[in-house]
Design a protein around this ligand. Sequence first.
Ligand SMILES: [Zn+2]
Ligand SMILES: [Zn+2]
Length: 316
Amino acid sequence: MASLSWKHHTLIQTLISRGPLKEKEFHSIFTGVTGRNPGDAKKIFDKYLLEINKELSYVHFELRACRDQYDGHVCYGVVNTVSDDQSKLGTKYSVPQIAFFKGIIEAIAQDEAAQGCISGFDALNIRLENQVPSEASSSQQQVPPAFKNFSMSQKDKTLEELVKDNWLCRTRDGNIGLGIRSLLDLRSWFRNNGVPSCEVCNEAGVKADLCSNEGCTVRIHKYCLKNLLSQRDDKVCSGCGKPWPLGRVTKEEAVEAAVNDDEEEETDAQATALRSKKRKNRSHRDSAENVSSQASLASSSGITRRRVTRSAAHLS
Ligand SMILES: [Zn+2]
Ligand SMILES: [Zn+2]
């Protein structure tokens, strides 16, 4: 048990007190502590993580990396591997708050369209009654009063807190998505609850692109698709062999990725200015996309209906 040095401890301590951290930030802390750059000394970096995880496993914690599915950036965090919800959220949140959070996670993760988010309105309308603990659900009418009395303003306040604590996030278009903490922590929950994995990286495809073939369940993260496209451009679905709908991903997303990379090099103030500029560009583009998507509304709504039918079939 005595194999960890102060360097290991500093890394763990930083992630616990300040995490989850973006890769760039965690790497620079690693460099500060060890004098080595993880880019040049990947083996040393990996060895540190391995040593840390060996010790953390005794107390059911794990240092983990995962991608933020909304911007594709890698993040590092220390997660609790004991899989009950209460221990994950700590004691900070009350039982109805945790039930509310669970309801939101289910709504987002089990969305057949893998949009990775729900509207604030839908979030506030999540019914806690559906989240009654299993012991109580066998006998009807056992909804705890704290669940029934959980008001809109309590929900609103809880949403805000969960976003602030990185359990949830606000997406660029103002919807509610999963925060980086949830993406890091809920890996086994996604698996146990049948959230389809990304074909490329095997992580849950919470926010992902779907195969256009309605009978096919393959989904791929946008950033994974970009990687794939950089290697070859005749991408076909590995599940059904149908050509993958590349459409706007190739040009616009590539430009966006380039802007994102620039952004990392900027100072905070510059980055903020850049972001607001990007946001403007994006809203222009979105409205353009809306027009074109309306043009194909007939066919796409057909797809949506079929997907819903498919999910209904799963449930029965
Ligand atoms: Zn992926
Ligand atoms: Zn397919």
